[in-house]
Design a protein around this ligand. Structure first.
Ligand SMILES: Nc1ncnc2c1ncn2[C@@H]1O[C@H](COP(=O)(O)OP(=O)(O)OP(=O)(O)O)[C@@H](O)[C@H]1O
Length: 297
């Protein structure tokens, strides 16, 4: 049994605009089971209902927020159902780690109808909160707060514009990082810490080009703070993925990291803001917990 869960609000309304084409593409293959999320956070309820109804493949049409919440709910349910990704959001980053053509609705409908292949992929967690694509601390959180205020832009421009706006005002975040030997740096002011399961985030940034969603690890990418003009150059490099190797950027893959902040930090998971309950935070990979439908090649 195949069901399509779609978010009309993803992509700032792109989900709703895409729906007639989505429906036509799936109906062409005899797939007629559609449910719409009604509000933010509705995904967990809809995933539970899908499992109770015997859904084996849950197609989720949205962006990273919808995908992340659905993936977490599906993985936590422990049911043998698998998830397929159709892009209708702003960044749509997680699906860039799969072979299936998430941005091509007609091709996805054909692939899903044919069954595709099943893969196991990792998720991640910050303390007890799970995520699919990335967890971010520091500058990333400031950027996300700024994007919530931007209503004029669409697509990756939302993040790039917000990032530029925050570049000169953000003061950095003091943190000590443990868990992987080469990152045992003393407590230092950092611009940003990203723990990447997938390769890209923000729709435009190749934050961890070497990351794989099925390696049982997260890729920690830590930007040391520096002069404000240096931030611009670093951010520009992150668009192309060439920040890795820069002397102010540390990269290390690992299964678990322990972070010690001065006070409980705010962080973002797949574009959603959270506040840690304590100033010591654990970030870890959850190997192979999600089944996904992918292309054979
Ligand atoms: N009916 C709804 N009305 C408003 N928000 C919804 C609704 N259904 C789901 N949501 C929420 O909309 C948010 C944004 O969706 P999503 O992340 O998929 O799109 P996006 O932000 O445009 O894309 P991306 O995260 O790839 O940049 C999610 O947090 C989701 O929980």
């Amino acid at each position: 049994m195949i069901r399509v869960l779609w978010n009309p609000a993803s992509g700032r309304g792109r989900g709703a605009l895409l729906f007639p084409r989505l429906r036509a593409a799936f109906e062409a293959h005899g797939l007629r089971d559609f449910v719409q999320s009604q509000r933010e956070g509705d995904e967990a309820r809809l995933v539970r209902e899908a499992i109770a109804d015997g859904v084996q493949t849950l197609v989720v049409a949205g962006g990273d927020g919808t995908w992340g919440k659905s993936a977490v709910a599906l993985a936590q349910a422990g049911a043998p159902a698998r998830m397929a990704f159709v892009a209708a959001g702003t960044g749509n980053d997680f699906a860039k780690n799969l072979r299936a053509p998430a941005t091509d609705v007609e091709a996805m409908a054909a692939l899903i109808a044919s069954g595709g292949v099943e893969r196991r992929v990792d998720l991640g967690r910050v303390d007890g909160n799970w995520f699919a694509n990335v967890a971010g601390f520091g500058f990333d959180v400031e950027v996300l707060m700024a994007t919530k205020g931007s209503r004029l832009l669409r697509g990756p421009a939302v993040y790039v514009a917000a990032a530029l706006g925050q570049l000169f005002s953000f003061g950095g975040i003091p943190v000590r990082i443990g868990g992987v030997a080469s990152l045992f740096a003393p407590r230092r002011n950092r611009l940003m810490l990203v723990f990447a399961n997938g390769k890209e985030f923000g729709g435009a940034f190749k934050i961890a080009p070497m990351a794989r969603v099925d390696d049982g690890k997260l890729d920690a990418v830590v930007f040391e703070d520096g002069i404000k003009l240096g931030r611009v150059a670093l951010l520009a490099r992150a668009l192309g993925g060439t920040h890795i190797g820069h002397p102010k950027v540390f990269h290390k893959a690992g299964a678990e990291f322990e972070l010690e902040f001065d006070s409980p930090p705010a962080y973002e998971l797949d574009g959603d803001l959270h506040l840690a309950p304590s100033r010591v935070v654990t970030v870890a990979s959850l190997p192979g917990v999600l089944r996904v439908l992918d292309s054979p090649t």
